[in-house]
Design a binder for this molecule. Structure first.
Ligand code: FAD
Length: 317
């Protein structure tokens, strides 16, 4: 079932979770162990993030270096299919432009269609670790809106592979990313919102946001979207702070602010347990307020902290 159908049919605020594929070498059981306790809350869907390969230089026996592409985490298609069958739940694979030619993307979409997965979250992805700026593949998509148009083309039966005639029209529900605190590359919030509107006009069915720790930023973002004529559902992405290092890592990696009152409380905490308690309580309050404001779904980035998310969601049901 599509995410938009879940939202249309909901009689209360929905809950969904997001996971990272485990490092290569681990089994699917590690994901089940992570998700099993959270299934008690009957999430409407589970997102699986995508992680592009990294370029590394491995020393050879003769002392020279060899450039190799190393993929640390498996792709999302197989994991989404496994979760869908194991839990009988809708899954949302993240699809990115980075590292994909348009034909690779088409193959992934065809695989998803075979597997009965009808939701995708389309993203550009970040620059590769060895690049200063994002570089698309020579025959790849440059922006999320280009990838989105490719998915929409497929929905209309237009394939990259010219030989495919009457190849079907897979009816994907398409999500796209939004940034309450602006995407870090955008010159200003208005330009960023203009590009977001472009994605919605091109066929995005809903927006899922970057994490934020101040609900007012989300409320302002939603208002700005509505004022610009963006009327699709907007799903808040939520993450707990669980250790002191995140006070500098989260702003650096995700370009989000942490409110002073929260950062002061975490800085003053004496133990890791205390930090986790403060982060959990903050997320509970954020979630309660968002729920009261009528958001369609509360989407939690569980990223290695299923117990914290369990303790948060338990307070909401
Ligand atoms: P875009 O929408 O393409 O925007 C990128 C930048 O370009 C923005 O500054 C935008 O304003 C600008 N822009 C957009 N269109 C144009 C245009 N036509 N001309 C000029 N400028 C333009 N990354 C992963 O690698 N894997 C994941 O699984 C993943 N999941 C994510 C989930 C969510 C909910 C979010 C919010 C982010 C996720 N990311 C993920 C990170 C994301 O890939 C990065 O933030 C990336 O830098 C931007 O992706 P985007 O889809 O927002 O790009």
């Amino acid at each position: 079932m599509k995410i938009t159908e879940h939202i249309e049919q909901a009689t209360k605020t929905l809950v969904s979770f997001e996971i990272l594929p485990p490092l290569k070498g681990k089994t699917i059981q590690s994901i089940y162990n992570h998700l099993d306790p959270l299934m008690e809350f009957k999430p409407s869907f589970i997102n699986v993030t995508y992680h592009r390969s990294e370029t590394m230089f491995k020393k050879k026996a003769d002392g020279t270096f060899e450039k190799v592409e190393v993929r640390k985490r498996p792709g999302t298609v197989a994991i989404c299919a496994a979760l869908k069958n194991h839990y009988n739940i809708d899954t949302v694979p993240h699809l990115i432009c980075g590292g994909f030619s348009k034909r690779d993307t088409e193959d992934a979409l065809i695989d998803l269609n075979f597997l009965g997965i009808d939701n995708v979250l389309v993203l550009r992805g970040d620059a590769a670790k060895n690049e200063a700026n994002f570089e698309p593949e020579p025959d790849g998509n440059a922006y999320a809106v280009d990838l989105l148009r490719q998915v929409v083309n497929l929905k209309n039966g237009i394939y990259q592979e010219e030989d495919i005639k009457n190849g079907g029209k897979p009816d994907f529900c398409i999500g796209t990313a939004g940034y309450p605190e602006k995407h870090f590359e955008a010159p200003n919030l208005e330009t960023d919102l203009m590009h977001l509107k472009e994605k919605v006009d091109a066929g995005a069915d809903y927006i899922m946001t970057q994490m934020f720790f101040n609900n007012q930023k989300f409320f302002d973002f939603v208002q700005n979207c509505r004022d610009m004529g963006i009327h699709v559902p907007i799903i808040p992405g939520l993450k707990p702070i669980t250790n002191k290092k995140q006070l500098s890592i989260l702003p650096k990696v995700f370009h989000v602010d942490i409110p002073t009152v929260l950062s002061n409380a975490i800085t003053a905490a004496k133990t890791d347990e205390e930090v986790e308690k403060i982060g959990t309580e903050w997320l509970i309050q954020q979630s309660k307020e968002l729920k009261q404001s009528g958001v369609p779904v509360l989407h939690y980035y569980t990223l290695g902290k299923p117990k914290v998310i369990y303790n948060v969601v338990k307070e909401l049901v």
